[in-house]
Structure formats: C-alpha cells, structure tokens
Write a protein of this length. Sequence first.
Length: 136
Amino acid sequence: MRKLILLLSVAFLLTGCGVGAAGMDDMPMSENGLIDVALSWNSQSIHPNEMVTFQAFVTQSGKNVDDADQVVFEIWKEGAPADQHEKASVNVASSDNGRYKLEKSFLEVGKYHVIAHVTARGNHNMPEKTFEVSAN
C-alpha cells in the first residue's frame, strides 16, 4: 500500500511539472520556427556627431522576414536610468530583404547599449550589443 501511494505521488508530481512547463510559453511558435535577429551597425569606430546605421537582419528558417509586426531599437548610454533610454521604432513596411534600419548620431563619448526588439510571425527576439563612441 505504501508503494502504491508513493508511486501515485511521484506520478502526480511529474504530471504537474509537465503541465507547468508546457504552459510557460505564452507566445505560440510559428509553424516555421523561431525568428533569428542579427544586430549590427555600419562602422567599426563611432565618433560623436557622425551618422551610424543600425541594422536588425531578421530571418526565419534561413529565409528573410520582410513582414515583421514591430521593430524597435532601444539605445542608451551605460549608467543612464531606464527613463532616459531612447526607443526608436522603424517603419516595418519598408524592410529591405529582412533588413530593418535606424540611422542615428551620438553627441557624447562613452559606452552604449542597443537592443533590437523584433516581433514577427508570432515570435519575439531581442538581441543586445554594446558599442563605444570615442573621440576623433
């Protein structure tokens, strides 16, 4: 009898864990898999007052994603409070072969962070990178 109760208890715990893990995913995965976002910019050295083009290249299963629902670049100087983070939306209707771009210049020298928040085809991906703005 003790073995039966122990066996039922273990089965109940395992069933509960399985339901919890499956229920954690709020956003359904697309039939074609997750989106991949490659975040980059066009300059190896960034200087104050020079225009920089940030790019989020979005693919899914190796194919370009030209129909993203939302692309937002969030950029901030290291140490800045969250309310000073700059968020810039990209006109998602004008993607160029899966490439979503933002042009921006910086006034101050320092270390910066950029996150590309991309929502497309029932998926969300938000890669983050750091870069330096250095004196001429």
